[in-house]
Design a protein around this ligand. Structure first.
Ligand SMILES: [Zn+2]
Length: 78
């Protein structure tokens, strides 16, 4: 009977470790999301709609673009 209790304890520890391992990446993602939000304003590219930090965007005429190519092409619907 002693062995059964030991096996049960080992199984419980393994399950606990697995749960910890599975929940760890989720909390990590939340942290990076919060850090990303704190960096600065996100703007959408007027051509392709991708979100990027305002500091990295190219701005022209009150619009923002993700790259020089899209800045040259201009708004997609324009
Ligand atoms: Zn773009």
């Amino acid at each position: 009977m002693g062995r059964l209790i030991l096996i049960a304890l080992v199984v419980l520890i393994v399950v606990w470790l697995l749960r910890r391992a599975l929940s760890a990446p989720r909390s990590g993602e939340r942290e990076t999301e919060l850090k990303g939000e704190g960096k600065g304003d996100l703007v959408a590219c007027a051509h392709c709609g991708v979100n990027l930090p305002k500091a990295e965007a190219r701005s022209a005429g009150g619009r923002h673009y993700c790259s020089e190519e899209h800045w040259r092409l201009g708004p997609r619907d324009g």
